[in-house]
Design a protein around this ligand. Structure first.
Ligand SMILES: CC(C)(CO)C(=O)C(=O)O
Length: 353
């Protein structure tokens, strides 16, 4: 297959390298130092999916619009951060409209946004549990080689989703799932792993090992499930979690609920995973937080509720984005307690230090 991968972050590069290894013709859209390094010597992928130096993969700064719509590729992976979707579509829409697009993205909006913009493409959503870290230009380490779930809508997987699973399932560890819309919410819950590393500078495993931070994470997860339930969503099944288990979790006291973040961290294995949000902070980039914890806050408002834990974590990540200075677990705990007690979280984030 001729495949384009738009987005040369850790996950985009992982997919591109795995597709190259499986013998597909891969064109990766990259920028700056990443473009230079990949053009010179390909992508070096190591870690959980094995060691691979790409051989055929080509890196380009942008995709050219072909004379025939959708003519250059059989499939496109859009693997940009949620906040970069509109820009990526504005830049590459002409080149990819008409070609099936797999949107690999966190948050709730990716597939919808792309489907509305690319009228001639059929779009499939992808939720990846793979944890990968960008090491240096051209080099990525997979710290957790996990499943990527594909699907769309609320029904069972359709024929196209099944076909993609059959063609690329082995190479990329793809699994087709039903109730994709609900699964985006379950992934939003998994992405509660992201904020605290970005706020404290610790890995996901270190955050979960710290009792104070683990309890905060449990609260933010519980709040996410409660908000989802209030919007009427039925959580989709990924990572052995589904609607019933999550509704049960949302009713548990926080001390019992801690088992959930602990389970996520233990499945991640021993190699420290910073998560994608801390990686953005380290690279001085804007994070995806408004589409993770921020999405929970917006969804809560839509049903007339508040989500003070998610609100606080969003505000603290924005503070670290601005200052580059991490918070201590105690400072985070004070901010969350203040917000839950009704003190404004966002406005006090800066004054906590
Ligand atoms: C699953 C997880 C937490 C892997 O790191 C992720 O989706 C992310 O970092 O964005």
């Amino acid at each position: 297959m001729r495949v384009a991968v738009i987005g040369a972050g850790a996950l985009g590069c992982t997919f591109a390298a795995l597709l190259d290894r499986a013998g597909h013709d891969v064109t990766l859209v990259a920028r700056g130092a990443q473009l230079e390094a990949v053009s010179a010597s390909g992508i070096h992928l190591n870690g959980g999916f094995g060691d691979w130096q790409t051989t055929k993969l080509v890196a380009v700064p942008r995709l050219e619009t072909p004379p025939t719509p959708g003519g250059d590729f059989d499939l496109v992976f859009l693997a940009v951060k949620a906040q970069d979707t509109a820009t990526a579509i504005a830049e590459h829409g002409g080149a990819i409209d008409g070609t099936p697009v797999i949107v690999v993205q966190n948050g709730l909006d990716g597939v919808d946004t792309v489907s509305k913009s690319l009228v001639d493409s059929s779009c499939v959503g992808a939720l990846s549990i793979v944890a990968a870290s960008y090491l240096e230009p051209g080099s990525v380490r997979v710290t957790t080689p996990a499943t990527t779930y594909i699907g769309r809508g609320t029904g069972d997987p359709d024929a196209e989703v099944r076909r993609i699973e059959a063609e690329l399932g082995d190479a990329l560890r793809l699994t087709a799932i039903g109730n994709f819309v609900g699964a985006q919410w379950t992934k939003l819950l998994v992405n509660q792993l992201n904020a605290l590393p970005a706020i404290t500078g610790l890995s996901v495993q270190e955050v979960v090992a710290d009792r104070t931070l683990r309890l905060i994470m449990t609260r933010s997860m519980r709040e996410t499930v409660r908000v989802g339930a209030a919007t009427g969503i039925r959580f989709g099944s990924i990572q052995g979690l589904g609607n019933l288990r999550l509704r049960f979790f949302a009713r548990l006291p926080v001390v019992l609920g801690q088992a959930l973040p602990a389970r996520f961290a233990s499945r991640m294995g021993p190699v420290p995973n910073p998560g994608s949000t801390l990686q953005s902070i380290r690279r001085g980039q804007r994070t995806e937080i408004d589409f993770l914890n921020g999405a929970v806050v917006r969804q809560a408002r839509l049903v007339g509720r508040r989500a003070p834990v998610n609100e606080t974590l969003t505000a603290l990540v924005h503070e670290v984005e601005k200052t580059g200075v991490f918070f201590t677990p105690r400072q985070v705990a004070d901010a969350v307690a203040g917000a839950e007690a009704g003190t404004s979280a966002g406005s006090s984030a800066g004054s906590l230090r």
